[in-house]
Ligand binder design. Structure first.
Ligand SMILES: Nc1ncnc2c1ncn2[C@@H]1O[C@H](COP(=O)(O)OP(=O)(O)O)[C@@H](O)[C@H]1O
Ligand SMILES: [Mg+2]
Length: 205
């Protein structure tokens, strides 16, 4: 932005270049640190998609946070296997649920939905809240490290950037499916395990 306002031969222009370069370097360092703080290669296993919901809720179960939150599970009614690092993905899901509860100021309806994509290649999981939504200008920033709209001490701004990295490492993706004044839907997708893949995996160990 400053770049656009400053003429190319302005005396400060060179300094600005250095600042921008440094900022870029910082971003890369943080990205690498975040990747390092997870394990370098995920431990993948095949497990049922719906377990993401049950396991994450089990880990969160006795939280007072949910006292005024109605939780609705909309689980796919046949077995879909996904291959991913279950611990990592459950951490992501827990983060999404806590973000949703924050956005609803601890009261509202939380829907947890599992599905498969039309081409049946990806398994999906959505966290749907009735919270305040994400403003237009913030939508593109929420996956950046340290981006937070929460007061100091409440948010680190690392949850979604970690989530982004985890999904990348697991050949999946995470995105804001919908957001507005009536709430937000954040969705993640992971590859479905197909029978031929499983046989292949088993035969090569
Ligand atoms: N479900 C949601 N509804 C509204 N805003 C959200 C939601 N999830 C994330 N956000 C926004 O994205 C920001 C970054 O989220 P995150 O990376 O988890 O960091 P933190 O929770 O520490 O702020 C939040 O501060 C909030 O502004
Ligand atoms: Mg968070």
């Amino acid at each position: 932005m400053i770049r656009e306002k400053l003429e190319q031969d302005h005396p400060l222009s060179q300094h600005l270049d250095y600042v921008l370069e440094d900022a870029d370097r910082c971003k890369n360092i943080v990205k690498n640190l975040l990747a390092y703080s997870r394990q370098s290669s995920p431990t993948k296993e095949a497990f049922p998609l719906n377990e993401l919901v049950t396991e994450s809720l089990r880990l969160l179960h006795d939280q007072r946070l949910f006292q005024h939150v109605e939780i609705i599970k909309e689980l796919i009614n046949f077995e879909v296997l996904i291959r991913a690092d279950k611990t990592q993905i459950c951490q992501v899901v827990i983060n999404l649920i806590l973000n949703a509860v924050d956005a609803m100021e601890e009261q509202g309806t939380l829907r947890l939905k599992t599905f498969i994509t039309q081409d049946k290649k990806m398994a999906g999981f959505s966290v749907i809240d009735t919270g305040s939504g994400i403003s237009g200008e913030d939508v593109s920033k929420i996956f950046d490290p340290f981006f937070t709209t929460k007061e100091p001490g409440k948010g680190t701004g690392l949850g979604l950037s970690m989530a982004y990295g985890v999904l990348e490492e697991n050949q999946g993706r995470i995105y804001v499916e919908e957001t507005g004044s009536s709430g937000t839907t954040i969705t993640l997708e992971l590859p479905v395990v197909t029978l031929s893949n499983e046989i292949l995996f088993d035969s090569i160990g």
